[in-house]
Design a protein around this ligand. Structure first.
Ligand SMILES: Nc1nc2c(ncn2[C@@H]2O[C@H](COP(=O)(O)OP(=O)(O)OP(=O)(O)O)[C@@H](O)[C@H]2O)c(=O)[nH]1
Ligand SMILES: [Mg+2]
Length: 483
């Protein structure tokens, strides 16, 4: 939804989630914020709102001003004030530019009642404010230079964080870490561009402003940094959205038992009857700040049972939508079949093989089976017993490493969590590749300059130095109203 309306408007919105709660907050921002609020609230101290110090809280009565404004005099009439009172609460005025939007902001805190908040909001609109569009407060913060674009997006990431680590990354971005890194890269490209362009301008005079070697070294340095940032983007996605790990395998191998153990709760029914689980069962856990959703599925086998067939269809779908598929096999059954019992229908893919029930075999047999499986499949094999707990630690470690390990180490703590940023970095990278090809091939500096500018613009989009209304509308429309 595009954000219309003039930046001169004073906007208001309920800033807390609708529903019942201890406190609800309505936020007003814009040049008339004080004027609007003073028509809606009256300080218990009788002090006029516009004379209070910035950033101080005051106890107020909140009135529905679709009726005449309560002056100090009329309020002495108890019947009048009672009839028009919405709630009691607190008000705080934050004088520009020391506010979230860098505009005059007033927050009215009342009880967390949907009805009360709605009426306070209506009263503010009646007093001259306009209802804010989704993300309009944050958009104003960006337009007024309080936040760069990556910081504005970090506000949304903070609100939507699914894990401790996701929150930590959003906070790092909110404090400007990404903006600084990208800004630094862009600055060095702009300096290089200035030199290349100067070289073009003075080409007649045979002055070289930047040597070929120097140009290439500098481009390669920037390229490597962008490449390093890009390697973190898969981890970034997982941090934002969490990861889905699907447990598949033949009936009775211990899939539901594994799910229960990983979740530390008896979520799925476990029996020794093959075909116990018929539907897809999923539940999320927080592991080291990473939100993982484990999905248990129906055992996969040839069957004429329509319920089981439907279960398998769902299992296939779950595998397709997952980030990782754990293929569980029954060590005892596999040993009996001489290791030849691996094929079964409807396995879409496998990322890790889990050899369960090793408590039923001696350790030499387990080692032999693991070797056999490693030869047959390129996937890593984790031997474990859900019953005794042996091997569970290793399984957790493998899953964590898969999602967090390498790229976290490579990242210096800065992770690309946002698809828009990733795409812009990829664009910058391909422009640099073009520039390197031109520069290295001794091609005209004009071409190098075009590519350098392309790369700098792509980086500029991340922080919002280079942007269009379209991009802004797309970003801020993802926000909720009130943010
Ligand atoms: N000995 C041993 N038995 C296990 C282990 N893990 C699970 N089992 C048993 O294996 C049987 C099947 O377990 P489930 O977890 O229901 O197996 P499933 O793969 O979910 O089976 P379906 O839902 O029918 O596909 C149960 O009797 C479990 O107690 C293990 O590590 N060792
Ligand atoms: Mg099951």
């Amino acid at each position: 939804m595009p954000i219309d309306g003039s930046p001169e408007d004073t906007i208001c919105a309920i800033a807390t989630p609708l529903g019942e709660g201890g406190i609800g907050i309505l936020r007003i921002s814009g040049p008339d914020a004080l004027h609007v609020a003073s028509k809606v609230v009256r300080l218990r101290s009788n002090q006029p709102l516009d004379t209070t110090s910035s950033h101080t809280l005051h106890v107020v009565d909140i009135f529905d001003l679709r009726h005449p404004a309560p002056s100090a005099d009329s309020l002495s009439d108890v019947r009048f004030s009672d009839a028009h009172i919405i709630d009691e609460g607190l008000v705080v005025y934050m004088k520009r530019p020391r506010s979230f939007t860098a505009e005059d902001v007033v927050e009215i805190h009342c009880h967390g009642s949907g009805i009360a908040l709605k009426r306070v909001c209506e009263a503010c609109v009646h007093a001259g404010a306009r209802l804010a569009q989704p993300g309009e407060f944050t958009k104003r913060a960006f337009l007024n230079g309080r936040l760069d674009l990556s910081q504005a997006e970090a506000v949304l990431d903070t609100i939507k964080a699914k894990s401790d680590l996701g929150l930590k990354m959003a906070q790092r971005q909110l404090r400007g870490a990404l903006g600084q890194e990208v800004g630094g890269l862009r600055d060095s490209l702009m300096t290089l561009l200035a030199h290349v362009e100067a070289g073009i301008d003075f080409s007649e005079e045979d002055i070289s402003f930047v040597g070929r070697e120097e140009l290439i070294a500098s481009l390669q340095g920037t390229r490597a940094q962008i490449q390093r940032m890009l390697t973190t983007s898969e981890t970034g996605r997982v941090l934002r959205e969490g990861a889905r790990v699907v447990i598949v395998g033949k009936p009775n191998v211990g899939k539901s038992s594994l799910l229960n153990t990983l979740l530390h709760e008896n979520r799925a029914i476990v029996t020794d009857i093959p075909g116990t689980t018929r539907d897809v069962i999923e539940e999320s856990v927080d592991w080291q700040g990473l939100r993982i959703t484990f999905v248990d599925t129906a055992g996969l086998r040839e069957t004429s049972d329509v319920v089981e067939q439907e279960g398998m269809k769902r299992s296939r779908l779950a595998q397709e939508e997952s980030d990782m598929v754990l293929h569980v096999v029954d060590a005892a059954e596999l040993a009996k079949a001489g290791g030849n019992d691996l094929a079964f229908p409807a396995l879409v893919r496998e990322d890790l093989m889990v050899l369960n029930k090793i408590d039923l075999l001696d350790s030499t047999a387990v080692v032999r089976l693991c070797e056999l499986l490693s030869q047959r499949s390129s996937r890593k094999v984790v031997p474990l017993s859900v019953r005794t707990g042996e091997g569970l630690g290793e399984l957790k470690r493998v899953i964590e490493t898969r999602f967090l390990g390498p790229s976290l180490e490579a990242s210096d703590g800065l992770i690309i969590t946002n698809v828009r940023h990733r795409l812009a970095l990829e664009r910058a990278l391909s422009c640099l590749d073009e520039a390197l090809a031109s520069g290295g091939g001794g091609i005209q500096p004009e071409f190098v300059a075009v590519d350098l500018r392309g790369a700098a613009d792509a980086l500029g989009e991340i922080v919002g130095i280079v942007t269009t209304d379209d991009i802004l509308d797309r970003i801020f429309s993802e926000f909720c109203i009130g943010k």
